[in-house]
Design a protein around this ligand. Structure first.
Ligand code: 13P
Length: 335
C-alpha cells in the first residue's frame, strides 16, 4: 500500500476552498433525471450533458475531483480527449463509483445491502490505469418502523471496510459513504442516533480490516429530520447536531468529511456547510462537499430549458457558493 500517495490525494481532494462533484449517477438514475426534464435518456445524451459540465470555465477553483460512473470514465469529451485525461489536464482527480448497487438485505424489503466486492481488485486496477485516483462506495440505511437492524448496519459496515482496504491496495483513495436516508417520518434525534451507530460500526470494521484512515475520506449525511416529518429543525441546529455527531464518532485521522446532499435544496446544502465552517468549534478534519444534486440540479434544468452555456453557468454558480461555504464565507445575499 502506497500510504504517502494515498494521503496526498486525500488531502488534495479536500484542499482549501475545494470539494468534489458527484457525477456518478448510474445509467438508470441518470436516465430518470434526464427523462424528468424531457430529454431522451440515451448514452449519447448522458455524455453530452456531462461533458458540457466538465468543459465549464475554471470549475477547478471549487472542484478537486469528479466521481464518474463506469460508462462515463470510458467516454470522450467533444474534442476527442478521454474524459479522465481532460480532468487530469486541469488538475482535477477522476474518481469512480465501484459499488454495483444494492439488493434486499436478507430478503427484507425495508433494508438494503450494497454489492460489488467480487472482482473489485481487478476493476480498481483497470480504473487506476485509466486515470482514477479515488473511488466511492455507497451503503444505504433507511429509517423505518423496524429498521435499521444492527445486522444490516454491521453487514454494510463490513462491506465498506473491505472495499476501502481493496481500493487502497490498488492506489485509490476510498470515499466511504454510509448514507442514512432523509426519507421518512423520523426526527433529527433519531437520525443522529442511527448515524452515530452507523459511523461507529463502520470505523470498527475499518480498524479490523487495516484501512489506512489518513488516506480515506468519509461521505456522510447531515443530521436532519425525515422529509415527511413536519417538525423541521433550523439550519443552525442541523450544523450543530451534525458536527456533534461527527466529533463523537469519526476518528481524527480522517483528513476530510465530504457531505452528500441527499435531497436537500441547493441553498440548504450550501448554508449547512457554511454554518459548520463558521463555527468556533475546532475539529480535526476538513468539512467539505461531494454533492450530486446540490451541484447539478439547476444545471440540469438549464440543460433542458436553456442553453449549454446557461447550464454551465448554473453549475459554476453552485460550485462558487459551495467554494465560499468551505471558508464559512457564504451569505444569502450572494444567491
Ligand atoms: P447527492 O448529493 O445528490 O445526495 O449525491 C451524492 C452521491 O454521490 C450519492 O451517492
Amino acid at each position: 500500500m502506497d500510504i504517502t500517495n494515498l494521503e496526498k490525494i486525500a488531502n488534495n481532494l479536500v484542499a482549501p476552498g475545494k470539494g468534489i462533484l458527484a457525477a456518478d449517477e448510474s445509467n438508470g438514475t441518470m436516465s430518470k433525471r434526464l427523462e424528468a426534464v424531457g430529454i431522451e435518456p440515451s448514452e449519447e445524451n448522458r455524455r453530452k450533458y456531462r461533458v458540457n459540465l466538465f468543459a465549464s470555465d475554471n470549475y477547478e477553483k471549487a472542484i478537486s475531483g469528479i466521481i464518474l460512473y463506469d460508462e462515463t470514465i470510458r467516454q470522450k469529451m467533444d474534442d476527442g480527449t478521454d474524459i479522465p485525461d481532460a480532468m487530469i489536464n486541469r488538475g482535477v482527480y477522476p474518481g469512480i463509483k465501484v459499488d454495483t448497487g444494492t439488493k434486499e438485505f436478507e430478503g427484507r424489503d425495508d433494508e438494503k445491502i450494497t454489492e460489488g466486492l467480487d472482482d473489485l481488485d481487478i476493476r480498481c486496477k483497470e480504473y487506476f490505469e485509466i486515470g482514477a485516483r479515488f473511488a466511492k462506495w455507497r451503503a444505504v440505511i433507511s429509517i423505518g418502523e423496524d429498521s435499521p437492524t444492527d445486522s444490516c448496519i454491521r453487514a454494510n459496515a463490513q462491506s465498506l471496510a473491505k472495499y476501502a482496504r481493496i481500493c487502497q491496495e490498488q492506489g485509490l483513495v476510498p470515499i466511504i459513504e454510509p448514507e442514512v436516508l432523509m426519507d421518512g417520518l423520523h426526527s433529527a434525534e433519531k437520525c443522529m442516533e442511527v448515524t452515530s451507530k452507523v459511523l461507529r460500526m463502520t470505523f470498527e470494521e475499518c480498524e479490523k480490516n487495516g484501512v489506512h484512515l489518513p488516506g480515506t475520506l468519509l461521505k456522510p449525511n447531515m443530521i436532519i429530520s425525515g422529509k415527511m416529518n413536519k417538525e423541521k429543525i433550523s439550519r443552525d441546529q442541523v450544523a450543530e447536531m451534525t458536527v456533534r455527531c461527527l466529533s463523537e464518532n469519526v476518528p481524527s485521522e480522517i483528513p476530510g468529511i465530504v457531505f452528500l446532499s441527499g435531497g436537500q435544496s441547493d441553498e440548504d446544502a450550501t448554508a449547512h456547510l457554511d454554518i459548520m465552517n463558521k463555527m468556533d468549534k475546532k475539529h480535526p478534519w476538513e468539512l467539505s462537499y461531494s454533492y450530486g444534486r446540490a451541484l447539478q440540479a439547476s444545471a440540469l434544468k438549464q440543460w433542458a430549458t436553456g442553453t449549454p452555456e446557461s447550464s454551465q453557468l448554473a453549475f459554476l454558480k453552485r460550485a462558487e457558493m459551495n467554494h465560499k461555504a468551505r471558508y464559512g464565507k457564504w451569505g444569502m445575499e450572494l444567491e
